[in-house]
Design a protein around this ligand. Structure first.
Ligand SMILES: *[C@@H]1O[C@H](CO)[C@@H](O)[C@H](O)[C@H]1NC(C)=O
Ligand SMILES: *[C@@H]1O[C@H](CO)[C@@H](O)[C@H](O)[C@H]1NC(C)=O
Ligand SMILES: *[C@@H]1O[C@H](CO)[C@@H](O)[C@H](O)[C@H]1NC(C)=O
Ligand SMILES: *[C@@H]1O[C@H](CO)[C@@H](O)[C@H](O)[C@H]1NC(C)=O
Ligand SMILES: *[C@@H]1O[C@H](CO)[C@@H](O)[C@H](O)[C@H]1NC(C)=O
Length: 736
C-alpha cells in the first residue's frame, strides 16, 4: 500500500434502476453521499483509510476503517473504527473504536469482513506486523460480533493455527459460499509479501471456529523483491457467481502485462486458483489500487479509480456477463482523487434492497502524489487572470454598474450580471440588467446585452439572485421592483429565466401572485439547488426584506421554478420597524449548502450588532426555518456591512469580502476546511483598494480543468468601490 494522506471516507448510495425491478436495465444514479470520516481534526486521529462496508443479516450496514493514530503511513499504531447504520445508510452511529493496537511501530492493517449468514456472525480478519517493521512475525487476527456489530469479541490470533505467513486480508469483504461446491464455507482472500507472496485465501468450514489455507496465486519471482512489470498479484476482492465459481478481482501491483485488473477464478470452492483461469481485464484500467466488486442479482458491479496512472476518477461499472464484458455506460462517482473502495448491498425483502447498492471509498480533493503535504497547506490561491467587465460613466454608457452576480451554467459557461444604473449611482432609479457570457472559462466575454429594462421608474429594479436548476439546465434570475417603495407601491418580486445557457431570456414574470407583496431583495448573489437531503432538487433563494418582511428570508420552489413559496425567516429586532445603530438587522445574504445537507447563510450584519463581523445562520430543514439557536457571529470575518461572497467547492468553504471593519476596501479571499468553524490563517488579497460587493462561482463541467479554479466578480475602484466591476479567475493550487 502507498504512503497516502486522504481526506475523507465517503459512503455513497447508488440507485440501480428507477424502472421496474424485473426490467434488466441498469441505470445507476447517485442517490446520496455522506462523509463518514475525516481525519486530522482537533482531537482526531491523523488519517482514516482502508474503508470496508458490509451488510448484516439483520439488515444493518457496518462501515469499518483503519484509524491511523499519528500519521498517514501504512505502518504505525491504529484503531479499527466502526460506524453502524440501521436505516439503510441514512443515519450512522458515532464512531466506535473496536480494536486498539496500542502504540505498535507496525500495527494493525485491515482487512476483510465476512458475514456468516447462517449464524449471523460478523467476522473481521486483519493483520498485525504485516510489514515486519521493528517486529516479527506477522499475525493474522480475528474479532467477531454476534449482536449485529454492536459488541465485539477480544482479538483471536489465527496464526496459531495458520502459521505466521504475512497475510493482508482483502481489503474488502470475504464471502460465504451460497452455491455448490462447499455451501456455507467462509472464504477470505488477501495477499502476502515475502513470506506467502501473491494472492491467497483462508477457508473455514465451521463458521469461523477453525481456519486453514486454501488457494494461492503466487507472484513471480516468488517471495523475492519485485521490479516494475513483474507479476505481482496484490490486494483483492472475491465474489461468488451463480455457477458456484469464485471470481477474484486483483490489484496488478507492478503493472504486469497491462495497467489493468487481474481476474482469477477458483472452481473448487477456494482450494485452488489455476493459472489457466487467469485473465487480464483491459476494460478495467487501474492505477494499482484496492477496488470494489459485488455480484447482485446476476449483475456484477465494479468500482475503482478508472485511470491508468493516478488515483482519480472513481467509477462504477457493471456487467451482465459475470465480468466477461462490461456495459459501455459507466457512472463517474468522483472525478477527483479517490482511492480504495468497497461495495455492498442489503438482502432483505423490500423492493429498495434490490434497488440500491452502497459504495464506500476514499475521497480527497488534492493530488494523491502530493499527499504528504498537510491538507490545509495545499490550497494556495493566486490570481490567474483579471478583467474589468464593466466601467460606468463612459461615453454613451450608463452611469454606474453595481451589484455583480456570477454563475456557472450546466453547459459550463459563466454568466456575469450587474445592475446598469441608467442615470445615477443610487440604489433607486431606472436600470437595465446587464449580462455578459463566457464560454471559455472567463478568457473572453460576449458584449453586454441588457436582458431586462425597467423603463424610467423612480424606484426601478434591484438585483438579485441567480440560481441554476441543474436538472433542467434553466438559469433563473430573481430581482425586485420598487423595493424601496419610493414613489411606488407595492414591491414586486420578479423572475426571468433562460433555457438556452443564458443566450435568450423569458419576459419578466411577477411572483407576487404566489408570494404576496412583502419587500424582498434577493441575494445579492446566487441561490442554490439542494443536492443533499432533505429536499433534494429544491431551489432556495435567500435575501432580505425591510419594513414589510424585515430580516433575512428565503423563497423555495420544489418544481423547478414554476411555483414559489416563503420558507425560512430570521427576523430583525424590532421587527418591521426602524432600526438604530447596533440593532439586530440581518440583511443581504449568500446561502451555500454543506455536504451534510444543511444550508449555511452568510449574512450582512447591517447595524453592526454584537460585532463588526458577519452573521452566519443555518437551516437544517432545507430552508424551511432558520432557528436563532443556529445563529453565530463569525469574529474572524470582519466586515464593514456589505454583500459578501460564499462558495462551497469540493468540501472547502470560500468567502470574499472587503476585510475591514469600517471601510469597503481590501477585498480578501478566505477559506475554511471545516465548514466555516475556523478559517485558514492565510488569505489572498484580491484588491487592497476600494472594493464592495462580491460573488463567487465555480464550474463543474470539465473536472480536470475545472477542479483548479474559482471565479470571483466584485466591485472595484481606485477612489470609489463602485467605479467598475472586475472578474477574477483564481487558481486554488498555484504551487502545484
Ligand atoms: C500469534 O501466534 C503466533 C504463532 O503462535 C505467534 O508467533 C505470534 O506472536 C502471535 N501474535 C500475537 C500478536 O500474539
Ligand atoms: C474516467 O473513467 C471513465 C470510465 O472508465 C473514462 O471514460 C474516462 O476517460 C475517465 N476519465 C479520466 C479523467 O480518467
Ligand atoms: C486586509 O485583510 C487582511 C486579512 O484579513 C488583514 O490582515 C489586513 O489588516 C486588512 N487590511 C486592511 C487595510 O483592512
Ligand atoms: C495547518 O494545520 C496545522 C495542524 O493542524 C497547524 O499547526 C497549522 O497552523 C495550519 N496551517 C495553517 C496555514 O493554517
Ligand atoms: C476540458 O478542458 C480541456 C482543457 O481546457 C479541454 O482540452 C477539453 O476539451 C475539455 N473537455 C471537455 C469535455 O470540455
Amino acid at each position: 500500500m502507498d504512503f497516502i494522506r486522504q481526506i475523507g471516507i465517503v459512503l455513497l448510495i447508488a440507485v440501480l434502476s428507477s424502472t421496474h425491478a424485473d426490467n434488466p436495465q441498469i441505470d445507476p444514479l447517485i442517490y446520496e453521499e455522506q462523509l463518514l470520516w475525516v481525519g486530522g481534526g482537533a482531537g482526531e486521529v491523523n488519517t482514516y483509510r482502508i474503508p470496508l462496508l458490509t451488510f448484516t443479516t439483520r439488515g444493518s450496514l457496518l462501515a469499518i476503517s483503519e484509524a491511523r493514530k499519528m500519521s498517514s503511513a501504512d505502518i504505525g499504531a491504529k484503531f479499527i473504527a466502526l460506524r453502524r447504520s440501521k436505516d439503510k445508510g441514512a443515519t450512522w452511529s458515532p464512531t466506535a473504536f473496536i480494536v486498539d493496537d496500542g502504540a505498535l511501530a507496525d500495527g494493525l492493517n485491515l482487512g476483510s469482513v465476512v458475514v456468516d449468514e447462517e449464524t449471523g456472525a460478523v467476522i473481521l480478519i486483519y493483520s498485525l506486523c504485516f510489514h515486519r517493521y521493528h517486529c516479527n512475525p506477522s499475525s493474522t487476527m480475528m474479532v467477531q460480533s454476534l449482536d449485529d456489530g454492536f459488541t465485539w469479541s477480544a482479538p483471536r490470533n489465527l496464526s496459531v493455527e495458520l502459521g505466521v505467513k504475512s497475510f493482508a486480508p482483502g481489503p474488502g469483504f470475504g464471502i460465504q459460499k451460497r452455491y455448490l461446491p462447499n455451501v456455507g464455507r467462509l472464504i477470505v482472500c488477501g495477499h502476502g509479501s515475502i513470506a506467502g507472496d501473491g494472492v491467497f485465501c483462508i477457508l473455514s468450514d465451521d463458521h469461523g471456529k477453525s481456519w486453514r489455507y486454501g488457494a494461492a496465486l503466487k507472484s513471480i519471482p516468488y517471495n523475492q523483491p519485485k521490479q516494475d512489470l513483474d507479476f505481482n498479484p496484490d490486494e483483492c476482492q472475491p465474489v461468488e457467481l451463480e455457477d458456484g465459481s469464485i471470481v477474484i478481482n486483483v490489484r496488478n501491483q507492478n503493472n504486469y502485462h497491462c495497467r489493468c485488473r487481474i481476474i482469477v477464478r477458483s472452481l473448487d470452492g477456494g482450494e485452488s486458483l489455476p493459472v489457466e483461469e487467469l485473465v487480464f481485464d483491459k476494460t478495467l484500467i487501474d492505477p494499482a489500487v484496492a477496488a470494489g466488486a459485488l455480484q447482485k442479482q446476476g449483475v456484477m458491479y465494479f468500482t475503482n479509480p478508472s485511470s491508468a496512472q493516478h488515483r482519480v476518477n472513481l467509477t462504477l461499472r457493471w456487467s451482465f456477463t459475470d465480468g466477461k464484458s462490461w456495459e459501455k455506460e459507466a457512472v463517474q462517482i468522483w472525478a477527483g482523487p479517490s482511492g480504495y473502495s468497497s461495495i455492498t448491498s442489503l438482502k432483505g425483502d423490500s423492493p429498495e434492497d434490490s434497488k440500491y447498492i452502497f459504495v464506500i471509498y476514499e475521497k480527497g480533493h488534492k493530488d494523491y502524489l502530493l499527499c504528504s503535504v498537510a491538507r490545509n497547506e495545499t490550497i494556495n490561491p493566486a490570481i490567474a487572470d483579471e478583467q474589468l467587465l464593466w466601467v460606468g460613466g463612459q461615453i454613451g454608457e450608463v452611469h454606474t454598474y453595481r451589484i455583480p452576480l456570477l454563475t456557472f451554467t450546466t453547459k459550463g459557461s459563466l454568466l456575469a450580471f450587474a445592475e446598469a444604473r441608467k442615470l445615477s449611482f443610487k440604489d433607486i432609479g431606472a436600470k437595465f440588467i446587464a449580462l455578459r457570457r463566457s464560454t471559455d472559462r472567463g478568457a473572453t466575454w460576449s458584449p453586454t446585452s441588457f436582458i431586462v429594462d425597467d423603463g424610467a421608474l423612480a424606484d426601478g429594479l434591484n438585483l438579485g439572485s441567480v440560481v441554476v436548476d441543474e436538472e433542467t439546465g434553466a438559469v433563473i434570475l430573481i430581482y425586485s421592483l420598487c423595493f424601496h417603495r419610493y414613489h411606488c407601491k407595492p414591491s414586486s418580486t420578479m423572475m426571468v429565466q433562460s433555457l438556452d445557457d443564458g443566450f435568450t431570456w423569458s419576459t419578466p414574470r411577477n411572483l407576487n401572485p404566489q408570494l404576496g407583496v412583502m419587500s424582498f431583495a434577493p441575494g445579492p448573489g446566487f441561490g442554490i439547488q439542494k443536492r443533499h437531503p432533505p429536499a433534494v432538487g429544491r431551489l432556495v433563494v435567500c435575501g432580505h426584506g425591510s419594513i414589510a418582511g424585515d430580516g433575512v428570508f428565503c423563497i423555495l420552489s420544489d418544481d423547478h421554478g414554476d411555483t414559489w413559496r416563503y420558507g425560512a425567516e430570521l427576523k430583525s429586532i424590532p421587527y418591521n420597524q426602524r432600526k438604530n445603530n447596533l440593532d439586530f438587522d440581518p440583511d443581504e445574504c449568500q446561502p451555500v449548502e454543506l455536504d451534510d445537507g444543511s444550508i449555511v447563510i452568510n449574512v450582512r450584519n447591517n447595524k453592526n450588532y454584537h460585532c463588526h463581523c458577519r452573521m452566519v445562520a443555518r437551516s437544517l430543514d432545507g430552508g424551511e426555518s432558520l432557528p436563532v439557536e443556529q445563529l453565530v457571529f463569525d469574529h474572524t470575518l470582519e466586515d464593514p456591512a456589505v454583500a459578501a461572497g460564499a462558495l462551497v467547492k469540493e468540501g472547502v468553504l470560500y468567502f470574499t469580502n472587503p476585510a475591514n471593519t469600517n471601510s469597503r476596501v481590501n477585498l480578501t479571499l478566505r477559506w475554511s476546511l471545516n465548514r466555516g468553524k475556523s478559517w485558514v490563517k492565510d488569505t489572498l488579497k484580491v484588491w487592497a483598494g476600494p472594493s464592495g460587493y462580491s460573488c463567487m462561482t465555480s464550474l463543474k463541467g470539465n473536472e480536470t480543468a475545472d477542479h483548479k479554479y474559482i471565479y470571483v466578480i466584485f466591485e472595484k475602484g481606485q477612489k470609489d468601490y463602485y467605479e467598475s466591476i472586475s472578474f477574477v479567475k483564481i487558481d486554488l493550487y498555484s504551487n502545484q
